[in-house]
Design a protein around this ligand. Structure first.
Ligand SMILES: NC(=O)C1=CN([C@@H]2O[C@H](COP(=O)(O)OP(=O)(O)OC[C@H]3O[C@@H](n4cnc5c(N)ncnc54)[C@H](OP(=O)(O)O)[C@@H]3O)[C@@H](O)[C@H]2O)C=CC1
Ligand SMILES: CC(=O)[C@@H](O)[C@H](O)COP(=O)(O)O
Ligand SMILES: [Mn+2]
Length: 383
């Protein structure tokens, strides 16, 4: 039986690479459902090619257009709206849900998928940043495995495979350092959107590319690692490794360090999440270590304040990471739209952390309320 996969965010960077993996292994995997937000044409083209049982467009204003585009394909059901995404992930035939949408929007469908006992292939790191404690509790209660797709977390996951209860002493979380790794703080003040979108090693969606440039992405990955692997932030060391060859490593209690290496290619962690615990062939470049120096540097948390703020948020706990995520979504978009400068982003996030109501024991409704409040506060601060 082929495994049935729901791809949430199929028109994005992770979503399209997931479809490449599925196409290469069409003997093993089948697309059950595809979702997008606005890119109707791309979604319709994907539906024609992969013939899923259903497609969902989150933005309801595109419903009629999508329906028209697929009216000669009666076997593909067309739905619209966020609630429809929550419902579709519960469909009985689905084995795995790849959460490849961006931002807070990933939280609700992930919860629905967990409650429906689906295997979660988790790319949407914001889900764990916002509500890591809740998600881990639900995943345990409903016995839904969460398999990381984020390259660093997949590397850690691969490094601990077969280690049973052996204690992790430390996680070595690698970071490319982004396009501004060697910039002075003065120079950071004037960087443009185009500069920030030039990631040195990965080709990704715009939101995560900006997060990599500020290093908020690495801060989020510290939080993600805490929840996925039960390791406290003080035992997670961020290492700037500009080549993105060592995707992360784990140090065990006997001092042994295990890492996963490879050329930067997200199809591998996506495929591994689908095939785990098996490995299956993947077409593509292979690592040639003669071609790559492997360098490591300490991150500069004064220059990249977002990384320090993420550490601060996870140490504080409660809804603080949710506040940081919401403020970050606002300033990330604000920077892309030219409404705030590069260095202003961390200033606004920090101020938002001080102004939004703190809750040390949030539940789902608290996260939703916190997200709204923090977005409002950050938007006001941005002016
Ligand atoms: N790209 C990468 O290499 C990596 C990404 N990740 C994580 O994976 C997730 C996806 O990233 P990436 O693929 O780069 O992002 P993209 O921006 O390329 O794609 C995002 C996808 O989500 C859809 N989407 C956006 N907003 C919403 C919404 N509000 N509701 C429903 N669907 C929405 C988009 O639809 P539409 O196209 O219609 O706008 C698109 O299909 C992020 O959480 C990111 O942090 C993690 C590691 C690596
Ligand atoms: C591919 C991936 O997993 C990204 O999260 C990547 O890590 C971003 O690069 P940075 O290391 O620059 O944040
Ligand atoms: Mn990553």
């Amino acid at each position: 039986m082929k495994k049935q996969i729901a791809i949430l965010g199929s028109t994005g960077s992770i979503g399209t690479q997931a479809l490449e993996v599925i196409e290469e292994h069409s003997d093993l995997y089948e697309v059950y459902c595809l979702t997008a937000n606005n890119r109707v044409k791309e979604l319709a083209m994907q539906a024609r090619k992969f013939r899923p049982a259903a497609v969902v467009i989150a933005n309801e204003s595109h419903y009629e257009e999508l329906k028209d585009m697929l009216d000669d394909m009666p076997d593909v059901k067309v739905y619209a709206g966020m609630r429809a995404i929550d419902e579709i992930v519960e469909a009985e035939p689905i084995d795995m849900v790849l959460t490849a949408m961006v931002g807070f929007a990933g939280l609700s469908p992930t919860i629905h998928a967990i409650k429906a006992h689906k295997k979660i292939c988790l790319a949407n790191k914001e889900t764990l940043v916002v509500a890591g404690e809740l998600i881990c509790r639900l995943a345990a209660e409903y016995r839904s495995p969460i398999i990381p797709v984020d390259s660093e977390h997949s590397a850690i996951f691969q490094s601990i495979a077969g280690e049973g209860d052996n204690a992790i002493e430390k996680i070595l979380l690698t970071a490319s350092g982004g396009p501004f790794r060697n910039f002075t703080k003065d120079r950071l003040a004037t960087v443009t959107q185009a500069d920030a979108l030039q990631h040195p090693t990965w080709d990704m969606g715009t939101k995560i590319t900006i997060d990599s440039a500020t290093m908020m992405n690495k801060g989020f990955e510290v939080i993600e690692a805490k929840w996925l692997f039960g390791v406290e932030p003080d035992k997670i060391q961020v290492l700037v490794h500009p080549q993105s060859i060592i995707h992360s490593a784990v140090q065990f209690c006997d001092g042994a360090v295990k890492a996963q290496l490879g050329v930067p290619d997200m199809r591998l962690p996506i495929q591994y999440a689908f095939s785990y615990p098996d490995r299956i062939h993947l077409r593509g470049d292979r690592l040639d270590l003669f071609k790559h120096p492997l360098e490591f540097f300490e991150p500069d948390m004064d220059k990249f304040r977002c990384l320090a703020l993420a550490f601060e948020a996870i140490r504080k706990g409660g809804n603080m990471p949710c506040i940081v995520n919401a403020a970050n979504e606002i300033v990330n978009k604000g920077f892309l739209d030219g409404r705030c400068g590069f260095l202003q982003m961390s200033d606004i996030i920090e101020a938002t952390m001080q102004h939004v109501t703190f809750d040390s024991k949030p539940d789902y409704d608290t996260y939703v309320a916190t997200d709204s409040e923090a977005r409002r506060v950050a938007a006001e601060l941005m002016g």
